[in-house]
Structure formats: C-alpha cells, structure tokens
Design a protein around this ligand. Structure first.
Ligand SMILES: [Zn+2]
Ligand SMILES: [Zn+2]
Ligand SMILES: [Zn+2]
Length: 169
C-alpha cells in the first residue's frame, strides 16, 4: 500500500506488525479484522494451499503470520503459533466454550506446504480444542483453517484441569 500522508510506497518492517514510509516516517498500523488478524496487505511468496491465491503478510497479537484473504486461513511457524496461543489464552481465562467434534473431513483433505511444496501432515492438534490442523515438519509450518486458531485458544487447557477429581483412595 502507499503512505496515507505522502503517497510513497510503504515498506513492511521485518518481524513487526506495521508498515513504515521511508520517505516521511509515517507508520501505519492496520486495524485488526473480526478474526483479530492485522492484515498488512503485502503479498507473500507463498500461496494459499487451499485457494491457490497468494497469501499476504499479517500479524496476530504482534506475531507475524501469513493470511489468506479469501478463505481466511493462516500459515504460521510452529514457534510463533505457540507464542500466539500462550498470549491469547492468558488474556481470556475461563472463556466458555462448547465442545465440538473435529471436522473429520479435514483428515481426508491433503494440501501441500506453501513453502516447500511437500504434502502436509494432517492430524488432530496435540492439545485441546478438537481441531485438525496441517503441518509441515520440514518447515515447521502449520496451516490453520478459518476459526481454528480461535477454537484452540478458547478451549480449556488440559494443563490446568478444573473439573477433574481424583478417584483414587
Ligand atoms: Zn510517507
Ligand atoms: Zn485460502
Ligand atoms: Zn514445508
């Protein structure tokens, strides 16, 4: 996009969630959308594994991800994914949620890693939330379909059981 102040092309700062104008110094922070994703509107090299359209750079909670404007899926590195989960979960303790079945059809789908092209491994996420995600072990990348991140964040964390009682004794 171009600078709202002077019209010069804006540059995406590495690992930052805003654009900067080298000409006049203006910084632009796009508002997060309804999914909490700050779409930075800069096209990435990778394409959406589902829609095949180019992904755009975006940020969740200050962490950089790649985002599909069409299907609203997210491509995120494993380390960043964990950091986002920790942060978002700490912000909404005790959020109510209803247990949902995973979408088992997701297990039948096979997509290729947008970065290296290898087939991604489709598996239930190793945590709460009943979400099936796609991972590339080679690149440590995860693909999350629309709303899957939110479902994982809102799920109760099994590290902090609230209703489990010991039956021993
Ligand atoms: Zn400017
Ligand atoms: Zn897509
Ligand atoms: Zn890969």
């Amino acid at each position: 996009m171009n600078c709202p102040s002077c019209g010069a092309p804006m540059r995406l700062q590495a690992d930052k969630d805003y654009l900067v104008c080298d000409y006049c110094g203006t910084m632009h922070f796009p508002d997060p959308n309804a999914d909490g994703v700050r779409v930075l509107d800069v096209v990435a090299l990778e394409s959406c594994p589902v829609c095949k359209v180019p992904l755009v750079h975006a940020a969740v909670n200050g962490e950089r991800i790649l985002y599909c404007n069409r299907c609203r899926g997210i491509l995120v590195e494993m380390e960043v994914f964990v950091a986002i989960l920790d942060e978002l979960r700490s912000r909404q303790p005790g959020t109510e949620f209803s247990v949902r079945q995973p979408d088992w059809n997701d297990l039948k789908r096979h997509i290729n890693c947008p970065r290296c092209g290898a087939e991604m491994e489709t598996h239930p996420y190793g945590g709460p939330g009943n979400v099936i995600i796609d991972s590339c072990e080679h690149c440590s990348m995860n693909w999350l379909d629309y709303s899957e991140l939110q479902r994982i964040v809102r799920a109760p964390d099994r590290r902090y059981p609230t209703e489990e009682t010991s039956t021993e004794g």
